[in-house]
Design a protein around this ligand. Structure first.
Ligand code: BGC
Length: 876
């Protein structure tokens, strides 16, 4: 055995001297670290090159994939051996022998440094999941109750293990939400699993390694099912209570046990399971959860519990044909907050201020009499009398009675003594304040209530720090709102709607990608798009949807997500997968607009939503989005070698541009339409402005902003465009004055008034549309990296293989730094004014290169750390 491992290693070492400074790191499969339960027949493998040397680049790589870890480490793989492949590629699509379900594969990568010397090997793994629905053994089961029944169902079964287990995997597919336990212990740390999809078209299953949870002898599996978006019992304007998929939650599970003797046994869902109603007497992802601790069934999920009073389960048909692996960042509790202030209004009424606005849940620890009812009301603000005020967020809720209060959990104490704890499992809320009402007096302390910030647990990918505290706080607030709106799909707000509004997500995607490694969430959400697209190309304005949104709000200004997000993924990750999966969908979408609007101008859309004051014709903004989609399609066609498509869409783009210019450009005035901030900046940002008039339009925009006193006069579409439109056309200083503005209307105005998240409206006291946790004005989070740090991906060598770094040393700011971790590693740009100089430092990671543009010079560089001192005279 030892020989088997050592020999290839020794041989490798003899042929090439090892490059001590170079090693592959950050090995990922499908953008996850050592994932389990992968369904992709040809998974993507990627790594980073860690090599601190200047100019470091990868000259070759060699991959080995196989099922025997020792052999793979030694350089021999039974699934794939690429041999030495020359080049800098760090993202490879698997092309070995067919991968088998339930099989764990190890992969080893060795890379060559600039001189061709081999690195030490690095190893990762991935394990295939079901791959094919025919591999499921269990049946879909439910408790047989009607979808209107409120209490959540428990399910349990026991099974015996007579042999030593070497590996155990739980595969669980759920229509609804679940909590899985083995022998009374909760499995995994995911919350609100599985992610929301169009349940009647595509469901996600989750895989867990439960080897340590299953014991020899008897075992008990326990499952609690929640409603989630599958069985929406609350009533609101979008009618999710009438969703075509709606039903009582159901699930299917296979527990696959591999024994030491090589045999495999699967414990499945079927008639061997029993069911009973749980103490979760009501649960709604939209409004709250009600839990009656008096109904607890101690020991229900452990061996030996007497379940004779429990009912038989019933078989159910699978809710969807397609059941695929949930290969993405799960929702987790990222941060736990403690009360910043605590007010005792009376001995039955307490108010907690958690210090910042979040999406998530609160929990309570309380001692009190059995039967005491605890109502926990959540909101983003307080009314003048100090109570939680929900008037800004409950406007679209349509309750039919008072049994399901908005953003409120209801907990009934079950024991006479001791501290009891409650935290809801199947919902979340948007809140900063929690008001606790008790039906009988009890003593609460500041520590009695905690809050957990929940969101898709995507890794941080960027950071910003500057000499302007307001700017830094805007960046933090943008990230808070971005994460508060990331729950397996991007949402508009975590309280009032929780809807996957396409427009908001299109705007936030660049901000998201500079700051977080969110590709897995976006790829999943693009699959949701493909599920929802009509054959004629039309997409709904919210995704996923019960059917709402095909009639309203779904023009190109919102649903261009189908083109913009795949393109952004291509720019940020250098990966064409999303673009190629969505290619036909983008094409059908564009063709649909062309059929309906043969002149090239389209009036389809909502326009510049929630503007400060100036309104912009919908046709102006929607046509720019239409143009952008067509250009993305033409570029994608070029990438995929579809020459005829490329020509067709370039010609279509020209038609749109010509019609747009003819109608909106006033040559004598040098403006589009009336020359407002949105009108000029949307045209500039989306590239419809011909080069010949670009400088004129940008100058007009800068003049307009100055005339507006460096205050915003934009809505949602204008905010997306304005800062970049300025800084990319020579007016970074103007963009900065706008971005750092602290008086109304501006981002800074929110911050100086205490905001920790972004709002939905510019006036803080707006009478409507004033959610306090919206991401739709969040492009500023991307602009900081670009407009001040100057870090941009290069479409010609995407994924930051080649980086453009063009920082702007704007007047009024004495230092700024931005770091972004791209597929090649950490990119950084920092600058600082010191006396009469500006010091600049740029970091370019191994195996990539950059064009660095500083005042008066332009340099092509490889990996490394670069420093300059520029005379201040040059930079003003
Ligand atoms: C949402 C938005 C969304 C808009 C569409 C609102 O209710 O919260 O953010 O984009 O509707 O008009």
């Amino acid at each position: 055995m030892l020989k088997k491992i050592l020999l290839p290693l020794l041989l490798a070492c003899c042929f090439r001297t090892l490059a001590a400074d170079c090693r592959p790191t950050h090995l990922q499969c499908e953008y996850l670290t050592d994932p389990l339960g992968i369904d992709a027949p040809a998974p993507r493998l990627s790594w980073e090159m860690d090599d601190p040397r200047s100019g470091a680049r990868q000259t070759w790589y060699s991959l080995v994939v196989g099922t025997d870890s020792a052999q793979v480490m030694g350089g021999a793989g039974d699934a794939w051996q690429t041999g030495t492949i020359h080049g800098a590629v760090q993202l490879v699509v698997y092309k070995g022998t067919e991968l088998h379900s339930f099989t764990k594969y190890y992969w080893r990568v060795v890379i060559g440094d600039s001189a061709g010397l081999a690195s030490a090997p690095a190893m990762g793994s991935f394990e295939m999941g079901m791959m094919d629905r025919r591999n499921w053994r269990g049946g879909w089961i439910s408790d047989g109750n009607d979808m209107t029944v409120k209490p959540a169902p428990y399910f349990r079964t026991e099974f015996a293990v007579g042999k030593r287990i070497v590996s155990a995997r739980a595969y669980i597919a759920v229509a609804g939400l679940y909590e899985l336990t083995i022998n009374g212990r909760r499995v995994g740390d995911h919350l609100l699993d599985p992610m929301y999809t169009r349940f009647d078209r595509r469901l996600l299953y989750v895989t867990y390694d439960v080897t340590a949870d299953v014991q020899e002898g008897r075992n008990c599996l326990g499952v609690l099912l929640g409603n989630g978006w599958y069985n929406h019992q609350s009533t609101a304007v979008w009618h999710f209570d009438k969703a075509p998929w709606r039903n009582r939650p159901a699930f299917c599970m296979d527990l696959r046990l591999t024994y030491a003797d090589g045999s495999v046994e699967t414990v499945t869902t079927g008639k061997n399971w029993k069911t009973a109603l749980s103490p979760v007497v009501f649960n709604s992802i939209y409004t709250g959860e009600h839990y009656d601790a008096r109904k607890e069934l101690p020991g229900w999920n452990t061996v030996g519990f007497i379940d004779t009073a429990w009912k038989e389960v019933v078989w159910r048909s699978a809710p969807a044909e397609t059941i695929v692996a949930q290969a993405m960042a799960p929702i987790r509790a990222a941060v736990v907050l403690h009360a910043k202030t605590f007010t005792r209004i009376s001995d039955t009424d307490y108010v907690y201020d958690m210090g910042r606005n979040i999406a998530g849940v609160s929990s309570i620890a309380i001692a009190g009499e059995a039967g005491t009812v605890v109502r926990m009301v959540h909101g983003e603000r307080l009314s003048a009398d100090g109570h939680v005020d929900q008037s800004n967020i409950n406007v679209h809720y349509r309750p039919t009675d008072d049994s399901d209060p908005f953003q409120t959990d209801i907990y009934v104490l079950g024991k006479a003594d001791g501290v009891q704890r409650f935290q809801p499992r199947f919902g979340y809320k948007g809140f900063q304040y929690v008001e606790v009402f008790l039906s009988r007096p009890a003593v609460l302390t500041p520590a009695s209530v905690e809050a957990s910030f929940l969101h898709s647990d995507v890794a941080a990918a960027g950071s910003v720090a500057s000499g302007n505290r307001t700017l830094d706080k805007i960046w933090e607030a943008t990230n808070n709102s971005y994460l508060s709106n990331l729950f397996g799909y991007p949402t508009d707000c975590p309280q009032r709607e929780k809807n996957g509004w396409t427009g908001d997500a299109a705007i936030a995607s660049e901000t998201g990608l500079y700051n977080f490694d969110g590709i897995t969430v976006y790829e999943k959400w693009l699959a949701d798009h493909r599920d929802e697209q009509q054959p004629n190309g039309v997409l709904p304005s919210i995704i996923p949807t019960d059917g709402w949104g095909y009639e309203w709000g779904n023009g190109p200004d919102w649903t261009s997500t189908i083109a913009i997000i795949p393109w952004n993924l291509y720019l940020f990750y250098g990966d064409t997968t999303a673009l190629s999966r969505c290619y036909d969908n983008i094409r059908r979408y564009v063709e649909h607009i062309d059929e309906g609007y043969p002149t090239g101008l389209t009036t389809w859309g909502l326009g510049d939503w929630i503007p400060v004051k100036t309104k912009t014709p919908v046709e102006l903004t929607s046509t720019c989005y239409y143009y952008a989609d067509v250009m993305i399609l033409a570029k994608a066609a070029e990438l995929f070698g579809r020459t005829a498509d490329r020509q067709r869409y370039l010609a279509l783009a020209e038609k749109i541009r010509a019609a747009f210019t003819a109608k909106y450009w006033h040559p004598s005035l040098g403006i589009y339409d009336e020359g407002s901030q949105t009108q000029l900046s949307v045209a500039l940002y989306w590239g419809i402005v011909p080069d010949s008039i670009r400088a004129k339009a940008a100058a007009a925009l800068a003049r307009r902003v100055a005339a507006d006193g460096y205050h915003l006069d934009v809505g949602l579409l204008g905010t997306k465009a304005i800062l970049d439109a300025l800084s990319e056309n020579g007016y970074a200083g103007t963009a900065y004055r706008l971005a750092a503005q602290e008086t109304y209307p501006s981002w800074g105005w929110w911050i100086v008034n205490g905001a920790t998240t972004l709002y939905e409206n510019w006036p803080i006291d707006a009478k409507s549309d004033i959610s306090m946790n919206h991401i739709m004005f969040g492009q500023i989070g991307a602009w900081l990296y670009k407009g001040l740090g100057g870090i941009r991906p290069d479409p010609a060598e995407p994924g930051f293989r080649h980086v453009i770094v063009e920082p702007h040393f704007v007047a009024g700011l004495d230092h700024f730094e931005a770091r972004h971790r791209g597929p090649y590693g950490l990119i950084g740009c920092a600058w600082r004014r010191e006396k009469k100089r500006v010091r600049v430092e740029v970091v370019i990671p191994a195996n990539s290169s950059a064009t660095i543009v500083l005042p008066g010079r332009r340099m092509e560089v490889g990996a490394g750390i670069y420093r300059w001192e520029l005379a201040a005279a040059l930079v003003h």
